[in-house]
Each structure stands twice: as C-alpha cells, then as structure tokens.
Design a protein around this ligand. Structure first.
Ligand SMILES: Nc1nc2c(ncn2[C@@H]2O[C@H](COP(=O)(O)OP(=O)(O)O)[C@@H](O)[C@H]2O)c(=O)[nH]1
Ligand SMILES: [Mg+2]
Length: 409
C-alpha cells in the first residue's frame, strides 16, 4: 500500500465510522421513543385493568425491540482494517453494518496467533528485501507450523518458486501472491460444489446434519445457525438427535429459546436418534419448515458404530422426504490442528460429507488447518465460528479469511 492509498483508506474508513455512529444515535433515539410510548400504553392499560379487572397483562406486541447490533467501538486500526476489507469487496460506505465490522474485528483478533507465528515472523525475516530461495524455505516451515498441511504448502511453495525464477519478488508482493495462492486452495472445493454460499433453498425442506467428534462445537454451532437462519426469515426447526449426552437436549433448548426456534426431542433414556429425526421431519412437514437442523452424537455408548447411526438417520430422511436437500456438515475444532484433520479424513471416508464448519478460530495458532481441510479432504468450508456468542458464526468468505490470516499488522 502506498502512502496515498493508506491516507485514502483512513479517510474512507473515517467517513464510514461517522455514518455508523450517526445511525447508532438515531437508532437509540428511536428505541427511547418506543420505550416511552410503551410505558405510556402500559400505564393506560393498567388504568383500564383497574376498571374492568381483565385477566391478562401481556406485553404490548411489537414494541419490545432491542438493539440487535453490537455497540460501535473505537475508531481504531481494527475498524479501519475491517472497513477496508469490506470496501475491497465492493461495499459502499452506507452499506456497512456494525455487525460486519464486529465480526471482522473478531476474526482478525482470533487469527492473531496464527498470524503471529507466521506473517509477522516472515516479514521480520524478509524485511524489505526480495524473496530468495532461502526465504522460501523459511516460508515452508512457517506454513507447516501454521497447520496449513503438506499438500497445500507444497503447492504454494512451488508456485512461488516458479514465480521467483521469472521475476524479482519483493516482500510485499510475495505476501500478495501468497494470499492469492491460499485463496485458490480454499476456493477450489467451493467452486467444485457449484455453490458459492450455502443457504436453505426456499420451497423445499432443507436438512442440515451436524456431525463430528465430541467437544468440537456441534451443538453450539447449531444454536448459532438456528439464530442466523431464523433471523434471515427461514422457518427453522431443531432436532435433538444427540440422545447419548443427557445434557445435550437442555443445551439445545437454551439455544432454541434464544433464537425462538422449537426443539424436537425425546427425553427418554437411550432414545433412538433416528426416531427423533423421524418425529422432527413430521413436525417440519406440518409446519412448512425451510430448515431442519439436526444435532448428532459424537460418541455412542453401545457398540453401534457412529457411522451406522448417521446412515440410519440419512435413510429415514431419504424415505420420508426424498426431495429434501440434505447437507452433512462436518464440524471441526481449529485448535486441534492436524488431529482435527485426521478426524475429518476418517469421517469423510464413511459419512458422505458435503461441507465443513470450522469452529474456535478465536485464539488458536492453528487457523491454517482450514487450508488443509480444503486441499486434503476436499470439503467446501461453509461457515466459521470465532467465539461462544450467538453471533459468532458467519458464512465462510475466503477473501476475508485469508486477509485476516495474513493481515500485515
Ligand atoms: N472459543 C470458542 N469456543 C467454542 C466455539 N464453538 C464452541 N465452543 C465451545 O466448545 C465447547 C464444546 O461445544 P459443544 O457445542 O458442546 O460441542 P459438541 O460436543 O460438538 O456438541 C463449549 O464449551 C463451547 O462453548 C468457538 O467458536 N469458540
Ligand atoms: Mg453436542
């Protein structure tokens, strides 16, 4: 980035910031007005109640809105970086939301450790000098250490080597080229799937199964997806098909309540997961549901193989709703690095997966494992999670991911 560029960027970001600040003020005033109106109505209602002694004292609907957006933070480096990432994707100043800024800031912060052991070190090693064959060796080590995986690393290094044979490549140009190469790797399975973004198809029942080993974040991710889906006006339902863990149903109910989504479950001990899915599909059909989210177990108590159980669930879906659009999404914990990749490989072999969701990208140094999932397991990454909050999950955007992973500060 030249000086003029970065001056322009800061100006652009400052303008966006001022606009958001104004919007937030207006929103606050509007909410306050609504609150006052509500109190006034409630007062009138109470007087009426006193006179006619009517029974119900329900809240007046439509007036209990709260700010759904997070608070606008400081105008700092994080804001500027996030605004620039949005601008680079063609967003206009008035199209930016605090939600997006908040998410990008979180993603950038989350990937800080991955970045530190990687770009920062690389830039330190390179300085302003052009790349040399030795610096490629350093880069190779750093990529492997960031859990990018051997195949992806080989690919990137050999492209860089070819480029080096043809021209002099400065440090900054090297990073730019690296970003492009990494993005190509992540985008490949997404392109192959023919679907840039995974969203429920309207007019059909979409069933998304969340699979993966214990503790990777399946239930949490499902809760966040339910929120995202219902907020985007898809009629959503949850099936609690992890019947092994007693607390799983309770955990899901909490998430369901937060996003106003019903949970179909069977509280009896050793309930059959496929039977829960059976009930959930009946409900989904009756209620014209767009998206049924299915939580599954990561471990089972009986000798029943986990894969057999998943196959049984799929069979029920195929039989009851043959025209449903089924997605089997593998949930992976980024902080498990190569170990997570091993799981992905063994699941992918037998569970007929269609995509991956990477969780816990906040505070791990192993964010690079996302590249290994794309290259070695050939799964399109559909969502990423970076936190335990309901909003800490977003549809995957490879540009934003690579920018956050290699942000140069
Ligand atoms: N920091 C962080 N924690 C997460 C994330 N996703 C899930 N968790 C935590 O990981 C733990 C296990 O999650 P859970 O959804 O129960 O995993 P499951 O066994 O696969 O269903 C919980 O403590 C979650 O709060 C994430 O993106 N970031
Ligand atoms: Mg769970």
């Amino acid at each position: 980035m030249t000086n003029t560029d970065s001056n322009n960027s800061r100006e652009w970001a400052a303008e966006a910031y001022a606009l958001l600040k104004k919007r937030q003020e207006e929103q606050k005033q509007e909410l306050q007005k609504q609150e006052e109106q509500k109190q006034e109505l409630q007062k009138q209602e109470e007087q009426k109640q006193f006179l006619i002694d009517s029974a119900s004292k329900e809240n007046i609907p439509g007036l209990s809105k709260t700010i759904d957006e997070p608070e606008l933070g400081e105008f700092d480096d994080n804001f500027t970086w996030s605004a620039m990432v949005l601008a680079a994707q063609g967003k206009k100043i008035n199209q930016i939301s605090i939600d997006e800024i908040d998410w990008l800031t979180k993603l950038r912060r989350g990937l800080e450790d991955t970045r530190k052991g990687f770009v920062t070190e690389l830039l330190d090693k390179l300085g302003d000098d052009p790349l040399t064959p030795e610096s490629l060796d350093d880069l190779e080590t750093l990529l492997i250490r960031a859990d990018v995986g051997i195949d992806s690393t080989d690919k990137v290094i050999s492209s860089l080597r070819t480029k080096l044979n043809e021209e002099v490549v400065g440090g900054e140009a090297g990073i730019k080229f690296l970003k492009k190469e990494l993005k190509l790797i992540i985008d490949k399975p997404i392109k192959n799937s023919g679907l840039d973004l995974l969203v429920p198809q309207k007019g059909k029942l979409n069933v998304w199964l969340l699979v993966g080993v214990n503790g990777v974040g399946k239930t949490t991710t499902l809760g966040k997806l339910a929120y995202l889906s219902s907020r985007s006006n898809y009629k959503t339902l949850i099936a609690a098909a992890d019947t092994f863990r007693a607390a799983a149903v309770e955990q899901l109910k909490v998430w369901g309540e937060r996003s106003n989504v019903d949970v179909i479950s069977n509280q009896s001990k050793n309930a059959d997961p496929a039977a829960v899915v059976f009930d959930a599909i009946n409900s989904a059909k009756k209620r014209n549901v767009d998206l049924l989210l299915v939580d599954t177990a990561g471990r089972l108590q009986t000798k029943n193989n986990l894969m057999d159980e998943l196959a049984k669930i799929k069979k029920i879906i195929d039989k009851k709703v043959p025209d449903a659009i089924v997605e089997s999404l593998l949930v992976l914990d980024a902080s498990q690095g190569q170990n997570g990749l091993k799981q992905a490989k063994s699941f992918a072999k037998s569970a007929n997966l269609s995509g991956a969701i990477i969780t816990k990208l906040d505070g791990t140094s192993r964010g690079g494992v996302s590249l290994a999932v794309s290259e070695e397991v050939n799964l399109p990454i559909r969502f990423i999670g970076a936190g335990e909050g309901i909003k800490d999950l977003r549809p995957f955007n490879s540009y934003e991911f690579v920018e956050a992973m290699l942000a140069d500060k």
